[in-house]
Design a protein around this ligand. Structure first.
Ligand SMILES: Nc1ncnc2c1ncn2[C@@H]1O[C@H](COP(=O)(O)OP(=O)(O)O)[C@@H](O)[C@H]1O
Ligand SMILES: [Mg+2]
Length: 253
Protein backbone atom coordinates (compact mmCIF):
# COMPACT_ATOMS: atom_id res chain seq x y z
CA UNK A 1 0.00 0.00 0.00
CA UNK A 2 2.77 2.39 0.99
CA UNK A 3 3.84 3.05 -2.56
CA UNK A 4 0.51 3.01 -4.29
CA UNK A 5 -0.40 6.17 -6.10
CA UNK A 6 -3.94 7.11 -7.01
CA UNK A 7 -2.83 9.84 -9.44
CA UNK A 8 0.08 9.69 -11.84
CA UNK A 9 1.17 12.71 -13.82
CA UNK A 10 3.32 11.77 -16.80
CA UNK A 11 5.22 14.12 -19.11
CA UNK A 12 2.57 16.79 -18.67
CA UNK A 13 3.11 19.74 -20.96
CA UNK A 14 0.87 22.82 -21.11
CA UNK A 15 1.36 25.74 -23.43
CA UNK A 16 -0.89 28.83 -23.14
CA UNK A 17 -0.55 30.82 -26.36
CA UNK A 18 3.20 30.99 -26.75
CA UNK A 19 4.02 30.46 -23.06
CA UNK A 20 5.14 27.00 -22.05
CA UNK A 21 3.98 26.91 -18.43
CA UNK A 22 4.35 23.19 -17.81
CA UNK A 23 7.24 21.63 -19.69
CA UNK A 24 7.50 18.05 -18.48
CA UNK A 25 5.78 17.42 -15.17
CA UNK A 26 6.08 13.97 -13.62
CA UNK A 27 4.58 13.32 -10.20
CA UNK A 28 2.93 10.45 -8.34
CA UNK A 29 0.35 11.28 -5.71
CA UNK A 30 0.47 8.63 -3.01
CA UNK A 31 -2.81 7.14 -1.85
CA UNK A 32 -3.95 8.28 1.58
CA UNK A 33 -1.19 10.86 1.92
CA UNK A 34 -0.97 14.62 1.56
CA UNK A 35 1.38 15.92 -1.13
CA UNK A 36 2.37 19.58 -1.19
CA UNK A 37 3.36 21.39 -4.37
CA UNK A 38 5.66 24.38 -3.94
CA UNK A 39 6.82 26.83 -6.58
CA UNK A 40 7.09 30.35 -7.86
CA UNK A 41 4.00 32.48 -8.17
CA UNK A 42 2.70 32.01 -11.72
CA UNK A 43 4.79 28.85 -12.07
CA UNK A 44 1.86 26.59 -12.93
CA UNK A 45 0.76 25.00 -9.64
CA UNK A 46 -2.93 25.75 -10.15
CA UNK A 47 -2.53 24.67 -13.77
CA UNK A 48 -1.39 21.23 -12.61
CA UNK A 49 -4.38 20.67 -10.37
CA UNK A 50 -6.82 21.93 -13.00
CA UNK A 51 -5.54 19.11 -15.23
CA UNK A 52 -6.33 16.60 -12.49
CA UNK A 53 -10.03 17.45 -12.60
CA UNK A 54 -10.06 17.85 -16.37
CA UNK A 55 -10.72 21.60 -16.31
CA UNK A 56 -7.71 21.92 -18.63
CA UNK A 57 -6.50 19.55 -21.34
CA UNK A 58 -2.76 18.84 -21.66
CA UNK A 59 -0.88 20.11 -24.69
CA UNK A 60 0.72 16.68 -24.41
CA UNK A 61 1.25 14.08 -21.71
CA UNK A 62 -1.12 12.37 -19.32
CA UNK A 63 -2.82 12.52 -15.96
CA UNK A 64 -3.97 9.10 -14.81
CA UNK A 65 -6.62 8.72 -12.12
CA UNK A 66 -6.94 5.10 -11.03
CA UNK A 67 -5.02 4.35 -14.21
CA UNK A 68 -7.57 6.09 -16.44
CA UNK A 69 -6.34 8.98 -18.56
CA UNK A 70 -8.26 12.14 -17.57
CA UNK A 71 -7.27 13.89 -20.81
CA UNK A 72 -9.29 11.56 -23.05
CA UNK A 73 -12.42 11.41 -20.90
CA UNK A 74 -15.73 12.76 -22.13
CA UNK A 75 -17.93 15.03 -19.99
CA UNK A 76 -19.87 12.11 -18.54
CA UNK A 77 -16.70 10.33 -17.41
CA UNK A 78 -15.29 13.59 -16.05
CA UNK A 79 -18.44 14.08 -14.00
CA UNK A 80 -17.78 10.74 -12.31
CA UNK A 81 -14.19 11.73 -11.57
CA UNK A 82 -15.26 15.08 -10.17
CA UNK A 83 -17.60 13.28 -7.76
CA UNK A 84 -14.51 11.56 -6.39
CA UNK A 85 -12.23 14.57 -6.29
CA UNK A 86 -13.10 17.54 -4.08
CA UNK A 87 -11.59 20.80 -5.26
CA UNK A 88 -11.33 23.72 -2.84
CA UNK A 89 -10.73 26.69 -5.10
CA UNK A 90 -8.46 29.54 -4.14
CA UNK A 91 -11.46 31.86 -3.76
CA UNK A 92 -13.52 29.31 -1.84
CA UNK A 93 -16.33 30.48 -4.15
CA UNK A 94 -19.75 30.12 -2.56
CA UNK A 95 -22.95 30.83 -4.46
CA UNK A 96 -24.09 34.17 -3.04
CA UNK A 97 -27.70 33.57 -4.01
CA UNK A 98 -27.94 30.48 -1.81
CA UNK A 99 -27.76 30.16 1.94
CA UNK A 100 -25.10 28.02 3.64
CA UNK A 101 -27.33 24.94 3.73
CA UNK A 102 -28.08 25.09 0.00
CA UNK A 103 -24.44 25.76 -0.86
CA UNK A 104 -23.32 22.63 0.98
CA UNK A 105 -26.26 20.55 -0.28
CA UNK A 106 -25.64 21.57 -3.90
CA UNK A 107 -23.29 18.70 -4.91
CA UNK A 108 -25.70 16.18 -3.35
CA UNK A 109 -28.57 17.57 -5.43
CA UNK A 110 -26.40 17.57 -8.56
CA UNK A 111 -24.89 14.10 -8.20
CA UNK A 112 -27.19 11.98 -6.03
CA UNK A 113 -30.84 11.11 -5.60
CA UNK A 114 -30.79 11.24 -1.81
CA UNK A 115 -34.01 12.17 -0.02
CA UNK A 116 -34.31 15.47 1.83
CA UNK A 117 -33.92 13.90 5.28
CA UNK A 118 -30.60 12.30 4.34
CA UNK A 119 -29.42 15.49 2.66
CA UNK A 120 -30.21 17.37 5.86
CA UNK A 121 -28.24 14.88 7.96
CA UNK A 122 -25.26 14.99 5.61
CA UNK A 123 -25.16 18.79 5.43
CA UNK A 124 -25.42 19.25 9.19
CA UNK A 125 -22.79 16.60 9.89
CA UNK A 126 -20.30 18.14 7.43
CA UNK A 127 -20.84 21.64 8.86
CA UNK A 128 -20.11 20.19 12.29
CA UNK A 129 -17.05 18.36 11.00
CA UNK A 130 -15.51 21.63 9.79
CA UNK A 131 -16.02 23.13 13.23
CA UNK A 132 -19.16 25.21 12.65
CA UNK A 133 -22.25 25.44 14.83
CA UNK A 134 -24.41 23.81 12.16
CA UNK A 135 -27.85 24.85 13.36
CA UNK A 136 -26.70 28.44 13.76
CA UNK A 137 -24.99 28.95 10.41
CA UNK A 138 -27.04 26.72 8.09
CA UNK A 139 -29.60 29.38 7.21
CA UNK A 140 -27.25 32.35 7.01
CA UNK A 141 -26.32 33.84 3.65
CA UNK A 142 -22.68 33.87 2.54
CA UNK A 143 -22.48 37.67 2.97
CA UNK A 144 -23.23 37.24 6.68
CA UNK A 145 -20.11 35.06 7.20
CA UNK A 146 -16.56 36.00 8.14
CA UNK A 147 -13.71 35.02 5.80
CA UNK A 148 -12.78 32.05 7.96
CA UNK A 149 -16.39 30.83 8.11
CA UNK A 150 -16.71 31.09 4.33
CA UNK A 151 -13.62 28.91 3.93
CA UNK A 152 -15.10 26.35 6.29
CA UNK A 153 -18.41 26.32 4.44
CA UNK A 154 -16.45 25.92 1.19
CA UNK A 155 -14.60 23.02 2.78
CA UNK A 156 -17.87 21.42 3.95
CA UNK A 157 -19.18 21.64 0.37
CA UNK A 158 -15.92 20.20 -0.98
CA UNK A 159 -16.19 17.12 1.26
CA UNK A 160 -19.96 16.58 1.08
CA UNK A 161 -19.66 13.73 -1.45
CA UNK A 162 -16.95 12.04 0.66
CA UNK A 163 -14.32 12.45 -2.03
CA UNK A 164 -11.35 10.10 -2.27
CA UNK A 165 -9.11 12.98 -3.22
CA UNK A 166 -9.03 16.56 -1.97
CA UNK A 167 -7.31 19.36 -3.84
CA UNK A 168 -6.53 22.47 -1.82
CA UNK A 169 -5.44 25.48 -3.84
CA UNK A 170 -4.09 28.11 -1.41
CA UNK A 171 -6.67 27.32 1.28
CA UNK A 172 -5.34 29.90 3.71
CA UNK A 173 -4.48 32.77 1.38
CA UNK A 174 -6.16 36.02 2.33
CA UNK A 175 -6.86 34.88 5.89
CA UNK A 176 -5.37 36.32 9.05
CA UNK A 177 -2.74 34.11 10.78
CA UNK A 178 -5.10 32.81 13.46
CA UNK A 179 -7.82 31.81 11.01
CA UNK A 180 -5.12 30.31 8.77
CA UNK A 181 -4.00 28.08 11.63
CA UNK A 182 -7.55 26.96 12.24
CA UNK A 183 -8.04 26.04 8.57
CA UNK A 184 -4.69 24.20 8.47
CA UNK A 185 -5.61 22.24 11.57
CA UNK A 186 -8.92 21.40 9.92
CA UNK A 187 -7.12 20.01 6.89
CA UNK A 188 -4.95 17.85 9.15
CA UNK A 189 -8.02 16.61 11.04
CA UNK A 190 -9.86 15.79 7.82
CA UNK A 191 -6.83 13.93 6.57
CA UNK A 192 -6.94 11.78 9.72
CA UNK A 193 -10.69 11.46 9.93
CA UNK A 194 -11.72 10.69 6.37
CA UNK A 195 -8.35 9.32 5.22
CA UNK A 196 -8.37 11.10 1.91
CA UNK A 197 -5.55 11.56 -0.49
CA UNK A 198 -4.81 15.25 -0.78
CA UNK A 199 -2.79 17.78 -2.71
CA UNK A 200 -1.98 21.06 -1.03
CA UNK A 201 -0.76 24.21 -2.70
CA UNK A 202 0.23 26.83 -0.17
CA UNK A 203 2.49 29.82 0.20
CA UNK A 204 2.71 29.12 3.93
CA UNK A 205 5.75 26.86 4.10
CA UNK A 206 5.66 26.31 7.87
CA UNK A 207 2.03 25.26 7.88
CA UNK A 208 2.63 23.02 4.90
CA UNK A 209 5.35 21.10 6.72
CA UNK A 210 2.84 20.45 9.52
CA UNK A 211 0.21 19.24 7.08
CA UNK A 212 1.83 17.35 4.21
CA UNK A 213 3.68 14.02 4.01
CA UNK A 214 5.42 14.56 0.67
CA UNK A 215 6.77 17.69 -0.98
CA UNK A 216 7.31 18.56 -4.62
CA UNK A 217 9.03 21.62 -6.04
CA UNK A 218 7.82 22.92 -9.39
CA UNK A 219 10.40 24.99 -11.20
CA UNK A 220 10.71 25.96 -14.86
CA UNK A 221 7.81 23.70 -15.74
CA UNK A 222 9.21 20.57 -14.11
CA UNK A 223 9.16 18.87 -10.71
CA UNK A 224 12.79 19.34 -9.77
CA UNK A 225 12.65 17.92 -6.24
CA UNK A 226 10.36 15.46 -4.53
CA UNK A 227 10.41 13.53 -1.28
CA UNK A 228 9.47 13.44 2.37
CA UNK A 229 10.29 16.31 4.73
CA UNK A 230 13.81 15.16 5.52
CA UNK A 231 14.68 14.54 1.89
CA UNK A 232 13.21 17.85 0.80
CA UNK A 233 14.93 19.89 3.50
CA UNK A 234 18.25 18.26 2.64
CA UNK A 235 17.89 19.03 -1.06
CA UNK A 236 21.09 20.18 -2.73
CA UNK A 237 19.17 22.30 -5.22
CA UNK A 238 19.72 26.01 -4.80
CA UNK A 239 16.14 26.84 -5.74
CA UNK A 240 14.80 24.57 -2.98
CA UNK A 241 17.14 26.00 -0.36
CA UNK A 242 16.25 29.55 -1.38
CA UNK A 243 12.62 28.64 -1.16
CA UNK A 244 13.03 27.19 2.33
CA UNK A 245 14.90 30.28 3.47
CA UNK A 246 11.83 32.36 2.79
CA UNK A 247 10.00 34.78 0.70
CA UNK A 248 12.20 37.88 0.72
CA UNK A 249 11.66 38.55 -2.97
CA UNK A 250 7.92 38.02 -2.86
CA UNK A 251 8.22 35.68 -5.80
CA UNK A 252 7.15 32.53 -3.98
CA UNK A 253 3.69 31.48 -3.04
N1 LIG B 1 -6.50 29.60 -18.91
C1 LIG B 1 -5.34 30.26 -19.07
N2 LIG B 1 -5.06 30.91 -20.22
C2 LIG B 1 -3.88 31.56 -20.39
N3 LIG B 1 -2.93 31.63 -19.46
C3 LIG B 1 -3.14 31.01 -18.30
C4 LIG B 1 -4.36 30.28 -18.04
N4 LIG B 1 -4.29 29.76 -16.80
C5 LIG B 1 -3.09 30.12 -16.30
N5 LIG B 1 -2.40 30.87 -17.20
C6 LIG B 1 -1.05 31.41 -17.00
O1 LIG B 1 -0.21 30.35 -16.63
C7 LIG B 1 0.71 30.77 -15.64
C8 LIG B 1 0.66 29.84 -14.45
O2 LIG B 1 -0.52 30.08 -13.74
P1 LIG B 1 -0.93 29.28 -12.43
O3 LIG B 1 -1.04 27.82 -12.71
O4 LIG B 1 -2.13 29.95 -11.92
O5 LIG B 1 0.33 29.54 -11.48
P2 LIG B 1 0.46 29.35 -9.89
O6 LIG B 1 -0.77 28.65 -9.41
O7 LIG B 1 1.70 28.52 -9.70
O8 LIG B 1 0.63 30.70 -9.30
C9 LIG B 1 0.40 32.21 -15.35
O9 LIG B 1 1.29 33.02 -16.10
C10 LIG B 1 -1.01 32.39 -15.84
O10 LIG B 1 -1.22 33.70 -16.28
MG1 LIG C 1 -2.30 29.29 -8.17
Amino acid sequence: MENESIIQIRNLKKIFGTKEILKDVNLDIKTGKCTAIFGLSGGGKSTIIKHIVGLLKPTSGHVFYHENDIAVMNEKELREVRKDIGFLFQSGALFDSMNVYENVAFPLREHTKLDEKTIHEEVMSKLTLVGLDASRVAYLNPDELSGGMRKRVGLARTIILNPQVLLYDEPTSGLDPITSDVISQMIINLQKEIKTTSILISHDIKETFKTADYFAMLYNGEIVEYGDEEHFKNSKLEIVQKFLEGDSMGVFN
